[in-house]
Design a protein around this ligand. Sequence first.
Ligand code: KDG
Length: 314
Amino acid sequence: APEVVTCGEAMLLLLAEPGVPLARARRFTGSVAGAESNVAIGLARLGHSVRWIGSVGADPAGDTVLSTMRAEGVDTSRVTVHPTAPTGLLLRDSHATRGIDVQYHRAGSAASTLAPESVHAPLSSGTRLLHLTGITAMLSDSTHRLTRYLIDAARDRGVMISFDPNVRHKLGTPDRWRAVVGPLLTRADLVLAGADELELLTGQDAERAVHTLRDGGVDGVVVKYPDKSAVLTNAAGTRTQPAFPVSVTDPVGAGDAFAAGLLSALLRGVPPGRALAEAATVAALVVQSTTDIDGLPTPAQRDRAFAHLVDHAE
Ligand code: KDG
């Protein structure tokens, strides 16, 4: 039975050659993107049993997504193949410093048709953690319902919920994000969010939002700041983890990598300070390689990088 369950849209990623703007790029690398599938792969590589719930089209892109998830050892038993709607597609470029150009082709995709009715027994008896992001809630009315259904199912069973709002402005106006995703935050046990995202979703500055969320029943809140530091506030207090100084090849996927690193540590009972440092290590590995997932480490690779980065940070 999977220890962790995630649910969301995984897309075929066409990644432009490094440093070349999307409109000028001639060569593209094929990979798989999707915040929740990234976290699923991250946790699977770190040795956890993970189920990813999603839907793909009956098309070659869907085959790529499914075979990639299966090759990573992720449980795809709840993934449906939609007979007519296509697999979502994402084109993007990558630069260390310039803004990244992202082009979605996902309106009406197979994943946007997901609904509570289409997912059979999402959680299993051994499931300890449900990880969700705001992206799924924003895809369509039915995926918004699915998100709330999964949250209810997890809460009924005492399964821990981690939630990353993952605000993507191309998916909706700030008002819509606030209306749809804002109310989901206090239903989670752990929230991982950028300071700007918390401000957008709660209308409060990040520090105040952390207190409001904790008063609303959220156990732990991780706020990620523009200087790339992360601050975890929970019952044990507040801890700050700076980002490790590494040279960035492709920053996309850092948040998902951080989430996978942190969730793995928490599932293993690692104390908060070390858990944050492991999360920052996994993020540092992902930004040093292209695509969202190439840099995601095995436990041995994480531990080796951890020793190296912590050494050099002192
Ligand atoms: O978290 C990285 C994601 O932004 C990327 O994989 C694609 O899920 C994605 C999205 O909706 O932007």
